[in-house]
Design a protein around this ligand. Structure first.
Ligand code: IMP
Length: 194
C-alpha cells in the first residue's frame, strides 16, 4: 500500500481524511512518522501556508507527503477570519473565543454568507501540486451542535439545513471543503501512484 505523510497534528482532520480514503492509501500522521514539530503558518495566504507545511516535512523526510490549510471566509468581513481562522481571537487556538468574536463582529449584520476554503499541498515524487475545495454556506445566529471542531457549530453549509456540528462525519463529508479538495487529491493519486 502507498504510504503518505499527512503534515498535521490535528486529529479531527486525520479522522475525516482516513474516513474518506477507506484504506486505499495509508495515511501516517506526523506523530506516527516520529516527527514532533509544530509547523509555523507565517504567510498571509492558505496556499503559501499549505506549501510551507508540506515542504518542511518533505525536506525532513524526502517522502511523499501532503498538508492542508483551511480558512473560513466571511463576505461581510471582507474574507476574514480567512488565513487567521485558528488564531482569530488570540495567539492560542480557542474555538469558543473565535466563535464569540465572529458572532460579535457579525452582530446586526444581515449578510451572513461565508465559505470554508481548503488548500491541499501535495509533494509527490519531489514535485508540488495544489488542490482547492470550497464549501459555501452561512454563519448561524447562535452556535448549535456538538460534533466536529473549530467553527462547525456556527457554519450551515448550503443545502445542509443545519450546522456542521449537528452532522456526523458522513454527513459533513457530503458538503465539506476538505472532502472536495481530498477528492481531487485521491483522483491524482489513483492516476499517478503505482
Ligand atoms: P488550519 O490552519 O487549517 O488548521 O485551520 C484553521 C482553523 O480553521 C482551525 O483551527 C479551525 O478553527 C478552522 N477550521 C478548519 N477546518 C474546519 C472545519 O472543517 N470546520 C470548522 N472549522 C474549521
Amino acid at each position: 500500500m502507498n504510504t503518505i505523510i499527512f503534515a498535521t497534528n490535528n486529529q479531527h482532520k486525520v479522522d475525516e481524511i482516513r474516513h474518506l480514503l477507506e484504506n486505499r492509501f495509508e495515511i501516517i500522521t506526523l506523530k506516527e512518522a516520529g516527527i514532533h514539530i509544530d509547523i509555523p503558518e507565517p504567510h498571509d495566504t492558505l496556499e503559501a501556508n499549505a506549501r510551507e507545511k508540506s515542504t518542511t516535512i518533505h525536506e525532513l523526510t524526502k517522502q511523499n507527503c501532503f498538508s492542508e490549510d483551511t480558512g473560513l471566509e466571511v463576505d461581510a468581513l471582507h474574507g476574514e477570519p480567512g488565513v487567521k481562522s485558528a488564531r482569530y481571537a488570540g495567539e492560542t487556538n480557542d474555538p469558543e473565543k473565535n466563535m464569540a468574536k465572529l458572532l460579535e463582529n457579525l452582530k446586526g449584520v444581515d449578510n451572513r454568507k461565508a465559505r470554508f476554503r481548503t488548500v491541499i499541498s501535495l509533494i509527490f515524487n519531489h514535485k508540488e501540486y495544489q488542490f482547492t475545495g470550497i464549501c459555501p454556506g452561512e454563519i448561524s445566529l447562535t452556535p448549535s451542535g456538538t460534533q466536529g471542531f473549530g467553527y462547525d457549530p456556527l457554519f450551515i453549509p448550503e443545502g445542509g439545513g443545519k450546522t456542521f456540528a449537528e452532522m456526523d462525519k458522513n454527513e459533513k463529508n457530503k458538503f465539506s471543503h476538505r472532502r472536495k479538495a481530498m477528492d481531487q487529491l485521491i483522483i491524482f493519486l489513483q492516476k499517478n501512484a503505482e
